[in-house]
Design a protein around this ligand. Sequence first.
Ligand code: NAP
Length: 323
Amino acid sequence: MSVHFRKLALIGIGLIGSSIALAARRQGLAEVISIATRRQDTLDEARELRLGDIYTLDAAEAARGADLVIICTPVGAYESVMRAIAPALEPGAILSDVGSVKGHVVKTLAPLIPDGVSFIPGHPLAGTEHSGPAAGFAELFTGRWCVLTPGPEVDPAQTEKLAAFWRAMGSQVESMDAAHHDMVLAITSHIPHLVAYNIVGTVADLEAATQSEVIKFSASGFRDFTRIAASDPVMWRDVFLTNRDAVLEMLGRFLEDLSALQRSVRMGDGPALEALFTRTRAIRRSIISAGQETAAPDFGRTHDAPPIPEIPFVREHGGGDDA
Ligand code: NAP
């Protein structure tokens, strides 16, 4: 199916919005790309990066006349964005989004969708810990899943048109129910982020001497949590505020399993520990076979020697730290 939109409007131009702009432009999926964002600095940056053709701080102006509008802001901003763009949406247009949570998005936006507009929520399962327009790259979606959660009222031809758009940007597309999406994502994405935020938060609260040891020896495991825990604070605040039920449900199961693990450690139950670690190793192998991760050791990091930090000259003194 050939994919062609007359005007693609991106409301929000951070990591995801800019990656869509670059991928859509590279694949020739839209004649015109219009970009709206909240702050002038971000808009100027998007213009310098030549991400689109029309730049505005007025979301309604960006959306007017567009046959595909994608909201790419944090989920907490959706309602005000939607109220702004609703009068500008034209019958026949597709309205979508990229938010990491779907049930809340449907509840918030569905009552505001004008007649004749196809509302097809979406979520590309692709990202990095970086934010802003300069963080985007056209290959972000290559080989990654994009989940669509159209309601029963949506014309399947419109869903297929949006699916074809994502496939043309390199994604594999699957449709599912919004509640199911939120439960799956709670365990595959939201809980891992919560665990990473927690473990890195624990280190942030340690006394200074221990903290510097953790940083020095971080490559023994801790470092890999810090990548996830460096993810955008506003986006993740909104994920936990809007997917509360599914996160709490999965967190309950996680905590039960953690208690069982704690007991195995306390009881010195070697067979139980080894059995679990064998099962978890198999999960990683299946992720590699599914093409969602590299088989190269250590996440494919190259092992060029990192620059050796200069050791500051430490003056001997009578005690107490210099300020
Ligand atoms: P980002 O890089 O932080 O960019 C956010 C964009 O939204 C910026 O253009 C920002 O505008 C705008 N924005 C922020 N608050 C706003 C508000 N209150 N009103 C209007 N515009 C506002 O974010 P991102 O990583 O691209 O994430 C965007 C969406 O994608 C989120 O819903 C997130 O759940 C979803 N998502 C993210 C990832 C990921 O890994 N990052 C992966 C999949 C899906 P200004 O800079 O002008 O303020």
